[in-house]
Design a protein around this ligand. Structure first.
Ligand code: C2O
Ligand code: CU
Length: 490
């Protein structure tokens, strides 16, 4: 780990970025210090049997002011202690003391201004994932603010409703920072969405899923590329919890906030779920399915109707994908149907209207992008985008403002899965492996799965902001190893 960090530090300093080299070097002792500081609890804490703790609802932040039609927030990034495993005092890096991070609710057309104060010991950068924002507000990998300082981000919210989220993006630290807790939800809604009779209020539940690796003392263990160690599944920050529900419809706002884990979710009785939205907001039509896939950073908006279950019954949300045994990672949470309730909600046949793929603006440029990672078992695998490790200041793709483009993105690996995320835009997925895409990928997306050998063809229009942004694998351990590149819209 240290050697890999040192290697990246070396790579980055060769880029001639004095500032960056300084930061990267500073990062090493600080991360080392984290490990020392975080291993001190002595009592052994174990992962409990499944369904022994209740799943909490995520806290929602309130604006400190709504003056001038703008929602103003203040958030402090700090280390706090949480009971994640029962009886534990797990140290986490948090937005305002919440693990997992809080929910911010925003409305299309209404700006949000957030002042983040960094009370941590590392530089951070807060990125609004899926947001259409200017470069200055994007929270890019090098646009960090240091310990003791603050940074204000302005989100104009000039995009349609979408379940966005925010997380640290400080290059090479983001992976550990997000793992230790620096992520939160940003649920942007628009008029169309609010006019639909979907489940709301207590029946709309943000749900952040991730994995984690705990030591004997109940502390989070961070080892880069720790694919097999992270074998405890957390739902809203608790290990395989139960969640009491009424026998009616619920809307779950699912976010996979794992660094590297892919989920494939199903109900234990094989019952159906209705996916109504993805990364970029509502789908055009509800998609009835018995299985929902989520790679890291992907979101799914899902309605489950518990009225088909008798009060007193239980149904488990299961995960059918490894790594890890079914005993370890096969169960995510259990819904306990505890009461009946009225249900005025419904899922309309048409949720929104999106331009038909055939009528999207004609692309002026086609690009091919290849993701790969050394998988020959070497000590220090590199993460590569088009054969290159990310370098600050190197513009890898130049896009003409206003243009539409087709990006064909391939995972060249044989074993290692990746995914692909672009800042600034929501795109459409035109093809997967040369064929049509499933209903779950037919809406607006900002992150797309790439199992080994897979190829997707994306259509994006760059008609909002000019500036330099990144695209990367959202398996954050991979992007921290360099699987990232820069594009400039000019
Ligand atoms: Cu979720 Cu580059 O971001
Ligand atoms: Cu990857």
């Amino acid at each position: 780990m240290i050697t890999r960090r040192a290697m990246l530090t070396g790579t980055l300093s060769v880029a001639g970025a004095g500032l960056l080299a300084g930061r990267a070097v500073a990062a090493t002792p600080s991360v080392g210090a984290l490990h020392g500081r975080w291993g001190r609890t002595s009592a052994a804490v174990a992962v409990p049997p499944a369904f022994s703790v209740r799943m909490p609802r995520l806290p929602e932040l309130s604006p400190i002011s709504t003056l001038g039609g703008v929602d103003w927030y203040r958030v402090v990034l700090k280390e706090t202690v949480h009971e994640v495993l029962p009886g534990s005092q797990t140290r986490a890096l948090t937005f305002d003391g919440h693990f997992p991070g809080p929910v911010i609710r925003a409305r299309t057309g209404r700006p949000v201004v957030i002042r983040h104060h960094n009370a941590l010991s590392d530089p951070v950068s807060v990125h609004l994932h899926g947001g259409s924002v200017s470069q200055a507000n994007d929270g890019g990998p090098m646009d960090t603010f240091g310990p003791g300082s603050s940074r204000t981000y302005t989100y104009l919210n000039r995009q349609s409703g979408a379940p966005l989220w925010f997380h640290d993006h400080a290059h090479h630290l983001e992976s550990e920072h997000v793992y230790r807790g620096l992520s939160g939800s940003y649920l942007l809604s628009d008029e169309t969405e609010r006019s639909l009779p979907l489940p709301r209020g207590q029946y709309e539940v943000p749900l952040a899923l991730r994995d984690a690796h705990f030591d004997e003392a109940g502390q989070l263990v961070y080892v880069m590329d720790d694919v097999f160690g992270r074998s405890t599944i957390l739902a809203n920050g608790r290990p395989t919890p139960y969640f009491p529900v009424a026998a009616r419809k619920y809307r779950f706002r699912l976010l996979n906030s794992s660094n590297m884990r892919f989920f494939q979710l199903r109900l234990s009785d094989g019952g159906s779920m209705v996916q109504i939205g993805s990364d970029g907001g509502l789908l055009e039509r509800p998609h009835v399915t018995d299985s929902i896939g989520l790679s890291p950073a992907e979101r799914a908006d899902v309605v489950i109707d518990f009225s088909r279950y008798r009060v007193g019954s239980q149904v488990v949300l299961e995960n059918t994908l490894g790594p890890g045994t079914p005993e370890e990672v096969g169960q995510v949470l259990r819904f306990d149907v505890v009461r009946s309730a009225e249900d005025p909600s419904s899922v309309p046949e048409v949720l929104r209207v999106l331009p038909a793929v055939a009528s999207l603006p004609a692309p002026s440029v086609h690009r091919n992008i290849v993701l790969s990672m050394d998988e020959d078992g070497r000590e220090e695998p590199r993460g590569l985008m088009d054969g290159k490790v990310w370098q600050m200041g190197r513009i890898d793709q130049t896009v003409r403002h206003g243009d539409s483009e087709i990006w064909t993105v391939t995972n060249a690996n044989k074993i290692i899965p990746h995914n692909f995320h672009m800042h600034l835009v929501q795109f459409r997925v035109l093809e997967r492996n040369g064929g049509p895409v499933g209903a779950e990928e037919a809406g607006l997306k900002d992150t797309v799965r790439l199992f080994p050998g897979e190829t997707v063809k994306l259509h994006a229009t760059f008609d909002t902001y000019r500036g330099t942004y990144v695209y990367h694998c959202h398996l954050l351990d991979h992007s921290a190893m360099g699987m990232m590149a820069n594009f400039r819209v000019e």
